[in-house]
Design a protein around this ligand. Structure first.
Ligand SMILES: [Zn+2]
Length: 259
């Protein structure tokens, strides 16, 4: 990461990055932020949320600091000295989303091998492949009680018969995603500028099995002054709250950058 961004982060979060210039015998933070500039916002938003949480937990704040920040296998790693379920969930959400954010410039990206060797996350401009929709952003739902008649919800450009068939296959593998797809499909329309991130989040929720542990989980995406904000309900633990707090905050940042 370039020196200006590095300086910005250690000035803004002196406690989290207190070991930035400590000896290499003590910490891997001495190497700085060992990743590209494109992940600056992931790190900044993560640290903002950690700071807000730690403000009311001074004892924990004394012991919480970054020990290493780097790229590994194409994704961000943010290692800390100590944490709670909430803090670890924030960091994990940032790490998971880094798989969809170009490490060079912060644009939508994909995991690929741009130089033929190393796995990295890149946008098409920085050597990545063309972007394709991650999950078909529309859904076919039954409109009668017998399930004989169907309607295509939000049939965007991807609602051709093949993508709906793909979606059905996907939902058979991940039935817990069925209630979420219409919620996300509506959000793609309301917030087209963040469609890529919403697709990424939906895909992560499917891949990580986050919802399996929360059978009564329900989600809405509300428009809060033009920003998509996740509203979650059901039996919510700190881990789930941390995950969605990060998603909401990062979506807001992404919109601000692209307005
Ligand atoms: Zn890029």
């Amino acid at each position: 990461m370039n020196q200006d961004l590095d300086n910005y982060l250690i000035d803004k979060y002196p406690y989290i990055f207190r070991d930035r210039y400590a000896s290499m015998r003590e910490t891997a933070m001495c190497w700085g932020f060992a990743c590209g500039d494109g992940w600056f916002d992931l790190i900044d938003v993560l640290c903002e949320l950690c700071t807000r949480y730690l403000e009311t937990r001074p004892e924990l704040a004394k012991e919480f600091f970054a020990v290493q920040v780097k790229e590994k296998f194409g994704t961000l790693r943010f290692y800390v000295s100590k944490g709670t379920d909430y803090l670890f969930a924030l960091a994990e959400a940032a790490e998971d989303l880094s798989e969809y954010v170009c490490e060079e410039c912060g644009a939508p990206g994909t995991i690929c091998r741009p130089n033929g060797h190393w796995i990295q996350c890149r946008c098409p401009e920085h050597g990545g492949p063309p972007l394709k929709p991650l999950v078909p952003p529309s859904v076919r739902v039954a409109i009668d009680q017998w399930g004989d008649e169907y309607v295509d919800l939000h049939p965007g450009p991807h609602a051709d018969p093949k993508s709906l068939a793909d979606l059905e296959t996907y939902l058979q593998r991940r039935p817990e995603m069925r209630p979420l797809i219409p919620v996300f499909a509506r959000a793609y329309e309301t917030f087209p500028g963040v469609a890529w991130l919403l697709q990424a989040i939906l895909q992560i929720l499917g891949l990580t099995g986050t919802l399996k542990d929360h059978p009564d989980f329900a989600l809405e995406i509300r428009d809060v002054r033009g920003d998509p904000v996740f509203e979650i309900s059901g039996t919510i633990d700190d881990e789930l709250r941390g995950t969605f707090d990060f998603y909401s905050a990062f979506l807001k940042r992404w919109r601000e950058k692209n307005l």
